[in-house]
Design a protein around this ligand. Structure first.
Ligand code: RFL
Length: 388
């Protein structure tokens, strides 16, 4: 079957769904091809905080009611150093800006609903999605539907929103992109549990290792625990997890609950430059991945989608190719800024606690860096500005 549309979007995570909704608002025709089923996409739990800037994207495009309704902003965070709580008022220090608790699956469910209710074309369980002719002026994307019928969609542009392991970046010829990678050399175990959420995002710094607890709805928490790289899940039975969390968070009474997910997060970073090849634009995790420290991954996906939607609108509706030509450069500035922040924060949060990997000298440096956040208004404001 042969069809044609202005933009084909590959992938329906935060990047693809944000882009699809924004293009609909811009009156640009698009179809979204997603490999997984709708329940799978809607239940995948990952990120939890939508930054102020990402919330602004939905507000500016008139999507605040459908996407942000009922979500609340938590302007505070807690850093528990050797079991002693210290509170940091992000909203007060960032002139009222602060992130909102919006678990990724809530964002995804709302974006799917808003797109479909507006008449959007979102095709789940699309197999063998393959972009072709990206370096020419008329690319196509082929896929096979659940009945085995092969579709070919001709388009003006392809948006590769299919995550780090997707087909979009893999379709770019070798040598056309410069890639940058970095491994933090630490391990993180993440645990999702039906345990009461903390009052504020909570970071625990302790000689036994870093830990954290974030809300994922009122009755669920995501926990993180620093562990040895290459550690095995067999070494992390539920009892050890709770014992280590109680120790590192300095809370003998930490409420527990059934653990619903346990996995290791790769503390790896990756950036592809440029985020474009011919008629293909890479968006979100397809172009860059960042560790969860600082909560930037989902927010970068939303930011990229906003820049691309504006560029496509200018190119397709106003005949102005300028913003689209600047897409990669515009996005990469934010990407590198976030990578730097995440790495800075990661170093401070880990090295101030467990001295084993980096040594006692660096432990003292990291503690001085942390202390500065509570003693210097300028340092506190700079940190809040990057967290908000
Ligand atoms: P996604 O979410 O990976 O979505 C990609 C979509 O593309 C589909 N797909 C394909 N579709 C068609 N054909 C193919 N060949 C396809 N291949 C893949 C996939 O099924 C999927 O639906 O990428 P996107 O949209 O760029 O969004 C990025 C975010 O999901 C990611 O950056 C965050 O989840 C990262 N992240 C966090 N980000 C934050 O901002 N704050 C956090 O606190 C945070 N915590 C996390 C995280 C990521 C985690 N994991 C598991 C990687 C915590 C975890 C544990």
């Amino acid at each position: 079957m042969r069809e044609s549309i202005e933009v084909v979007i590959i992938g329906s995570g935060p990047a693809g769904l944000t882009l699809a909704n924004l293009l609909r608002r811009a009156g640009v025709g698009c179809v979204v091809l997603e490999r997984q089923s709708r329940p799978y996409v809607e239940q995948r739990q990952r990120a939890g905080v939508l930054e102020h800037a990402a919330a602004r994207v939905f507000e500016e495009w008139g999507l605040a009611d459908s996407v942000l309704a009922g979500t609340h902003s938590d302007g505070m965070l807690e850093i528990r150093l050797d079991g002693q709580p210290r509170f940091f008022d992000v909203a007060a220090l960032a002139d009222g800006r602060a992130g909102r608790i919006v678990p990724q699956q809530v964002l995804v469910v709302r974006l799917v609903k808003s797109f479909l209710e507006g008449g959007g074309d979102l095709r789940f369980e699309a197999a063998e999605v393959t972009p072709h002719g990206l370096d020419g002026s008329s690319p196509t994307v082929t896929y096979r539907d659940t009945d085995g019928v092969v579709h070919e969609i001709a388009c003006s542009y392809v948006a590769g929103c299919d995550g780090f392991h997707g087909v979009s970046r893999a379709a770019v010829p070798e040598g056309a992109l410069t890639t940058y990678t970095y491994d933090h050399g630490i391990g993180w175990l993440t645990v999702l549990a039906d345990a009461p959420a903390p009052r504020h995002p909570l970071f625990g710094i302790h000689p036994a290792g870093f830990s954290a607890q974030f809300a994922r709805g009122p009755k669920a928490s995501r926990f993180y625990l620093e562990c040895a790289p290459g550690d095995s899940l067999d070494a992390w039975g539920d009892e050890r997890i709770w014992e280590q969390l109680r120790l590192r968070l300095g809370d003998a009474e930490l409420p527990t609950g059934p653990i619903t997910e346990k996995l290791f997060v790769e503390m790896r970073c990756f950036v592809a430059d440029p985020m474009r090849y011919g008629r293909l634009f890479l968006v979100g995790d397809a172009a860059h991945i960042i560790t969860p420290m600082g909560g930037k991954g989902m927010n970068l996906a939303v930011a990229d989608a906003d820049v691309l939607a504006r560029g496509l609108r200018a190119a397709l509706r106003e005949g102005d190719e300028g913003p689209l030509a600047a897409y990669s450069e515009t996005c990469l500035k934010r990407v590198w800024d976030s990578q730097e922040f995440s790495r800075w924060m990661s170093e401070m949060m880990h090295e101030a606690g467990n001295a084993a990997p980096a040594g006692a000298f660096r432990r003292q440096l990291a503690r001085a860096r942390l202390e500065r956040l509570f003693t210097s208004d300028a340092a506190a404001r700079a940190f809040a500005d990057l967290m908000a």
